[in-house]
Every structure is written in structure tokens, then in C-alpha cells.
Design a protein. Structure first.
Length: 278
């Protein structure tokens, strides 16, 4: 098959049980309006991905995500300032994020954490913002969604020092087996993206094989990190189907059973059923 950059992967066969895309960026996928959001989640539903959490990385995206979550019952939101955007993070940003975090369809505080790969924000600024987001998650009683890039040890050190919220999700988990064990020992949940399907990601795949099922989520991080065999092409929430299939094969477990367990985890972690009732 010829792989053409810019062309979405085909929508795969529907999963035997529905699953939640625990982390996507619908705005970065090109959605702006209710109709555009609906088109993306309709494609996801065709593949058995029946709900999505759209995640903010700046203040405008946070406002949009919180609003978009009211347009379609299958969409929920997470709000925060991405660590690479924390060079300016003051009262204006904090007041607005705290306001948005209280909204019932905002189900997580994220993505927040540390990013040592890019040089867009000084480490002290990232650390200060991370600590503030940890406190916000505690105040509103919602899970903390972690962005961790090349910062494993410092992420754990900050969480240990501040006292982690009751629920912590490592978005797009990127660690090895040793780091996975350290996270699970603390009760954290690991969310696996398309990177876990990459055939050269041996250490990550070892972690995905080991993680207890009740500590696991799947996500797309769309439009980025499209899973194998469509790496490099545009990603969308329906592609969580491909990642789930690959992990089920890796773990030698029934696909429907894994989907059911991961959906149960997502509902528990993000309180999705309560958010629908609100």
C-alpha cells in the first residue's frame, strides 16, 4: 500500500466493544464549528471510539475545548497551559483556567507537566506552573493529565513533593518498564498513544505489555502520533482503534475484553458518567 502524507488512514472495522480516546486535540484536527466536531466524532464512532476528551494547550484552546464539550454528548474537555507555553503564566491565565476547570464537562486538568525537549519555556517557569496545576486539580477534584517529555525523574519528584492528586494520568506515556513500575506503584494511570505501536519503540512496548489493565488508557493525541502502519499520516480519534488492536495483540488478550476494561478505566478516571448527568 502506498502511504501518502496528508491522507487520513482508512477507518478500520468497528471494535467489538466501544473505547474512549482519552486525549485528542479536535481543534488541531481542524474542527472549529459544532458540525466539524460532529464529523470527527462520527468517524470515530464508526470505528467504535464512542467518546473523546479534547485537550487544551493554551488559553484560547482551553476556552474552545470547554465550549466544544457542550456541542456533542460524546465530547469532554481538559484544560491547562502546556508546559512549553508557561514562560508567561500569571493571574490572568490562572483565573481563567480555574473558571473553566469548574465546568461539568471539563473532566481533567491538562495537559500540564514538564517538557525538556523544547526550549520554549524556562524550567523554573515550567515547574511553577506545574505545581499550580497540581493544586488546581486538587481544588476542583479532577484528575491531573501529565505531559512528560524527557523529564521523567523531575515529574515524579514534583508530584512526590507536592503530593499528587488522587488521580494522575500520564498522557502519551513514553517511559520504559522501570518508569512504568514507578508510576503504577504510585497509583498513576498510563495512557498509550500511537507511539506504543511503533516497531522501534522496544522499551515502550515492553511497558505496554506489562502495565496492569486497570492502570491503562488509550489515546490518539491527534492529529499527531498516528499509529503503525500509518505513521506520519494525519491522526484522528478513530485511529485509537488501531492502537487498541495493536496492544491487544502485543498482550495476547481478546480485543473486546481489553476495550471493555479500558472503557471502564476511562469512565472511572474521568467520571464520564457523572459529567453526562451534570
Amino acid at each position: 500500500m502506498t502511504k501518502r502524507r496528508g491522507e487520513r488512514p482508512p477507518v478500520p472495522e468497528t471494535l467489538p466493544a466501544p473505547v474512549v480516546d482519552a486525549h485528542t486535540h479536535l481543534d488541531a484536527c481542524g474542527a472549529r464549528t459544532p458540525d466539524e466536531v460532529r464529523a470527527i466524532v462520527d468517524r470515530a464512532a464508526q470505528a467504535g471510539v464512542d467518546r473523546v476528551i479534547t485537550v487544551a494547550d493554551d488559553l484560547d484552546a482551553a476556552r474552545w475545548a470547554a465550549e466544544a464539550a457542550t456541542w456533542d454528548d460524546r465530547v469532554f474537555a481538559a484544560v491547562a497551559l502546556h508546559p512549553t507555553r508557561t514562560s508567561t503564566f500569571g493571574e490572568v491565565e490562572q483565573t481563567e483556567l480555574a473558571r473553566l476547570a469548574e465546568q461539568p464537562r471539563v473532566v481533567a486538568i491538562g495537559e500540564t507537566g514538564l517538557d525538556y525537549y523544547w526550549d520554549y519555556a524556562p524550567k523554573p517557569a515550567q515547574h511553577e506552573a506545574f505545581r499550580w496545576h497540581i493544586d488546581l486539580a486538587k481544588r476542583v477534584g479532577k484528575p491531573l493529565m501529565i505531559h512528560d517529555r524527557d523529564a521523567h525523574d523531575d515529574i515524579l519528584a514534583v508530584l512526590d513533593a507536592e503530593g499528587a492528586p488522587s488521580t494522575v494520568v500520564f498522557h502519551c506515556f513514553s517511559g520504559d518498564l522501570s518508569f512504568a513500575r514507578a508510576c503504577v506503584e504510585r497509583g498513576f494511570v498510563l495512557s498509550f498513544a500511537g507511539t506504543a505501536t511503533f516497531r522501534n519503540a522496544h522499551a515502550l512496548r515492553e511497558a505496554a505489555l506489562w502495565v496492569p489493565e486497570d492502570h491503562m488508557l488509550v489515546e490518539t493525541d491527534a492529529p499527531f502520533l498516528t499509529p503503525h502502519p500509518y505513521r506520519g499520516r494525519p491522526n484522528e480519534p478513530y485511529c485509537a482503534n488501531y492502537t487498541l488492536r495493536d496492544i491487544a495483540t502485543l498482550r495476547e488478550i481478546d480485543l473486546g475484553e481489553l476495550a471493555t476494561e479500558i472503557t471502564r478505566n476511562a469512565e472511572r478516571v474521568f467520571g464520564l458518567r457523572d459529567a453526562v448527568k451534570s
